[in-house]
Write a protein that binds this ligand. Structure first.
Ligand code: ADP
Ligand code: MG
Length: 399
């Protein structure tokens, strides 16, 4: 059996017209001799009736935070609806399809509601449906724990479902269908000149995804990489070849930089030694934050000051920890962490200089920088994000 996993995102399944295009992609797979296994997201985006965020808005935040099992049950409904609706449309097209929840498709997770980890994928149901010549249509983003309760895999989790099934079924390929032509040198919503990346390595795309490019979930990339299953990002609405992600990718390009992405809602924190010098907790701060599960990044430790960033959603908790341990700090809210990614940055002199030059020319103040062998990060005020990304995109001639 030549299995192909085809995952369709929220916009791809949002309307009858778009679902017609989805069916076209499934038919193409069939005509090429594949056995498709389809994974679907909830229909539409925030504000639309069956989107995950809309479902979540039906319950109170307090209830949601204290009843994660209930909120998982609610959130999982969006994908479950999509499976039946798509099966109905396949049926009208004389294609026999079987809708399945994540649990029915064999996705077994731990009990960590809202962000469950997958323990096992039991493929018996999927294999028997495929053997009957039918198309399994699986609800993405959800699994089931050993007690039989529905769990969810974290936002963007339908990509994870697709990659997991691809590996478990030893698929020829996992296709992620979305509303853009593939992975671009920058988010096309921000940079109109962004160009398509035809081939890229798992490693580089992981950096992209992990640093905020929403187009694919980083866990999905990791899972496909471990299982050595090619991932292809494609547009449901076009016939473009998309982006192929595999282990060879991106070796024969001349450009040092592959692309640019960003993460918003960062807060830059400064903790000054002079202001806290009589407090023994000053040297323990990073430990205390780790114990409290506050993740920090862009960490610069200087003799007289520690500087780092946290996510805006952790600020209230961070503030109460600082009060408890008696440390004072200052912060800049509404920052954006821009990541300039390229696996060939290593050892090439002058890349950081070029980055700074492009931003200074635009009068954008750089609040902090950091670099690794594949990425350069710049922290800027959120209001400059768009201009900064466009300036860098131009500077590195990525268009
Ligand atoms: P889906 O619902 O299909 O999963 P997502 O919204 O999760 O779609 O991901 C697709 C979106 O990712 C695109 O509409 C695009 O705005 C955004 N995006 C961010 N960075 C990139 C990038 N580098 N290349 C392509 N798309 C990107
Ligand atoms: Mg997505």
């Amino acid at each position: 059996m030549k299995i192909l996993v085809q995952k369709f995102g929220g916009t791809s399944v949002s309307t009858h017209e778009r679902r017609k295009m989805v069916i076209k992609k499934i038919k193409t797979a069939l005509s090429e001799g594949f056995n498709p296994v389809v994974v679907v997201s909830a229909m539409g985006r925030k504000g639309e009736p069956y989107a995950t965020d809309t479902l979540l808005s039906l319950i109170d935040t307090m209830f949601k935070d204290n009843n994660k099992q209930a909120s998982d049950l609610l959130m999982s409904c969006g994908e479950t609806l999509s499976t039946v609706i798509l099966c109905n449309e396949l049926y009208k097209d004389n294609l026999e399809a079987v809708p399945l929840t994540g649990g029915q498709a064999g996705i077994i997770t731990d009990d960590n509601y809202n962000n469950a980890s997958v323990l096992n994928v039991e493929t018996e149901n999927l294999i028997s449906i495929l053997k009957e010549g039918k198309i399994p249509v699986v609800a993405g983003f959800q699994g089931q724990n050993e007690k039989g309760f529905i769990t969810t895999l974290g936002r963007g989790g339908s990509d994870v479902t697709a990659a997991l099934l691809g590996v478990a079924l030893n698929a020829e390929e996992v296709q992620i269908y979305t509303d853009v032509d593939g992975i671009m040198t920058a988010d096309p919503r921000l940079v109109s000149e962004a160009s398509l990346i035809k081939e890229i390595s798992y490693n580089e795309v992981f950096q992209f995804a992990d640093q905020g490019a929403k187009v694919i979930h980083p866990r999905a990339v990791e899972i496909a990489m471990k299982g050595n299953i090619p991932l292809v990002i494609k547009n449901t609405m076009s016939n473009c070849d998309g982006t192929l992600i595999n282990s060879s990718g991106d070796l024969d390009t001349n450009s040092i930089i592959t692309g640019i992405t960003h993460m918003s809602n960062r807060v830059q924190v400064k903790v000054n030694y002079e202001q806290n010098k009589n407090n023994e907790n000053y040297n323990l701060l990073l430990d205390v934050l780790a114990e409290n599960m506050i993740s920090i990044d862009l960490i610069n430790v200087f003799p007289k000051e520690n500087i780092f960033t946290i996510d805006e959603k952790d600020l209230a908790k961070f503030d109460s920890i600082m009060t408890n341990i008696g440390l004072t700090y200052s912060c800049i809210k509404n920052c954006s962490k821009i990541a300039i990614i390229g696996s060939r940055i290593r050892g090439v002199p002058g890349v950081m200089a070029k980055v700074l030059k492009a931003l200074i020319r635009e009068n954008i103040e750089v609040l902090q920088t950091a670099d690794s062998h594949t990425t350069i990060w710049c922290l800027v005020e959120e209001k400059h994000t768009n201009r900064a990304i466009n300036a860098l995109h131009k500077e590195f001639k990525l268009g």
